[in-house]
Design a protein around this ligand. Structure first.
Ligand code: HEC
Length: 297
């Protein structure tokens, strides 16, 4: 097998292996990074929701509470202000969502959907304080992060235990059918942030394809360069030496000498070859002379 063929096979096998490993590793790392980024965003949104809730309790509720006798203002309810704030955010980012999904909510819009109910039941049965998962939605893949809503403050039960205990203005606005019967220390629902992962994944894939193209391009350039160098520095000089040796072995001594050039090893070979050739020529001449002398009478 020719030197170049052997070399190219080794190079191709080596490259294909290296390519496969680096492409696989890069793919995983990029996708994991994309997911991390989405999760970080979701975590930020969750903290923002909690901040809105506590702002409502600390800054809004005390001012509006005195009006509770006359009219119920949902603006005093932390769950309401968090959901409303994110509803406004959603106008700009329609695929993002924040929910205070609840099994038995005061406001029907907070009623948990089937998949949310499964998460809440998971919280009620287990002891985890956070759930993270992925699901397919109509608008593409989405990642959610959920935290349980647990009734730890007895003050919550004023409005969520029995209609009799709740302010009359609340009953007037929401009726007495929903959002009651909650128990102390019960997990009644979950805060659920959902963020689409499609864009982050698409960005990761774009980066991945760019990387693959650059790596593939590098290999092609390397392959061509190595082949040209191999041809000029090794294959061609060896072929010429082989041809000349062939000619000399057939008795053809009129050929020019090698230029003593090329890579160190080849130059050395040329010098040695030229020297050997001159020695052979001299030896042939001596033999010829002796023959001629012997022929003379
Ligand atoms: C003054 C009455 C009142 C108190 C006290 C109160 N809530 Fe509510 N809560 C409401 C009302 C009214 C709503 C529905 C608001 C809306 O229109 O979105 C609500 C909504 C919620 C929701 C969203 C699900 C649903 O029922 O619509 C959660 C979760 C919630 N409350 C939890 C709590 C917790 C936890 C506490 C105690 C820290 C608490 N609430 C205290 C009146 C109250």
């Amino acid at each position: 097998m020719r030197i170049r063929t052997r070399f190219n096979i080794a190079l191709t096998v080596f490259f294909l292996l290296g390519f496969a490993v680096s492409v696989l590793v890069t793919y995983r790392v990029l996708l994991a990074n994309a997911k991390d980024e989405v999760l970080r965003n979701a975590g930020m949104m969750m903290e923002a929701a909690l901040a809105v809730r506590s702002y409502t309790i600390d800054e809004i509720k005390p001012h509006l509470d005195p009006m509770l006798d006359k009219v119920f203002l949902p603006q005093t309810v932390p769950a309401y202000s968090a959901v409303e704030t994110f509803g406004r955010l959603q106008k700009k980012y329609p695929d993002f969502s924040y929910r205070e999904a609840t099994l038995n909510p005061t406001n029907p819009r907070d009623r948990s959907a089937e998949w949310e109910t499964a998460i809440i039941k998971g919280f009620r049965e287990g002891s985890s304080s956070e759930a993270i998962g992925e699901r397919r939605t109509a608008s593409g893949p989405s990642l959610y992060i959920a935290r349980p809503i647990k009734i730890t403050n007895p003050a919550c039960l004023v409005c969520h235990s029995t209609p009799a205990a709740a302010p009359a203005s609340l009953i007037a606005k929401y009726g007495d059918a929903n959002g009651f019967g909650w128990q102390h220390n019960e997990i009644v629902g979950a805060q659920i942030i959902a963020i689409p992962t499609g864009l982050a994944e698409q960005n990761a894939l774009n980066a991945f394809w760019s990387f693959t193209a650059v790596l593939g391009g590098l290999f092609v350039v390397l392959f061509i360069t190595i082949n040209i160098m191999l041809s000029r520095l090794v294959v061609e000089p060896i072929r010429r030496i082989a041809e000349l040796s062939d000619e000399i072995s057939r008795g053809n001594l009129d050929l020019p000498e090698f230029e003593e050039s090329g890579a160190d090893e080849i130059r050395h070979l040329h010098t040695a070859f030229n020297r050997m050739r001159r020695s052979i020529e001299k030896a042939i001449k001596v033999v010829q002379l002796q023959k001629d002398l012997l022929k003379k009478p």
